[in-house]
Design a protein. Structure first.
Length: 141
């Protein structure tokens, strides 16, 4: 029963970690590009580093959780075991996500400000409004 519980836990936790990392990496790239002043190369690099760190922390947590886990003897204990450890793994994934978002937002703004100070900014030209037409102009058309 213990080996089955551990295998199920590992399958769920590892799959969940990989899926969350892929989803955050894939969908977060646009956010990172904007945070880093539209520097796509920097955003891609930071995105990759965040994914590696995310994997290291979460896989480390998953391994440590198994070292402190009990040994379920029946189905009810196995369900409690899985609920507890999958729940903790989910909370760690969520905490890591919010920590990463806060760090990227905080440091991304600094990088974007620095980039904008280094590069001259050419504002887009002001929109040209159409010339006002008079009643006489509309009659001539």
């Amino acid at each position: 029963m213990t080996v089955a519980a551990y295998c199920i836990y590992l399958a769920i936790a590892i799959t969940m970690t990989i899926w969350v990392a892929f989803t955050l990496s894939h969908n977060g790239k646009v956010y990172l590009v904007r945070c880093f002043g539209h520097d796509e190369e920097l955003a891609t690099s930071v995105n990759h580093l965040l994914v590696v760190g995310f994997y290291l922390v979460n896989f480390g947590f998953i391994a440590l959780a198994l070292s402190t886990a009990g040994e379920p003897q029946n189905i009810a204990e196995m369900m409690r075991f899985l609920g507890w450890y999958v729940g903790i793994a989910t909370l760690v994934l969520g905490a890591m996500h919010f920590f990463n978002m806060g760090a990227v937002t905080r440091h991304g703004r600094k990088v974007a400000d620095w980039i904008h100070q280094q590069m001259p900014y050419d504002p887009p030209p002001a929109p040209v409004s159409p010339a006002r037409t008079t009643k006489q102009d509309s009659i001539l058309r």
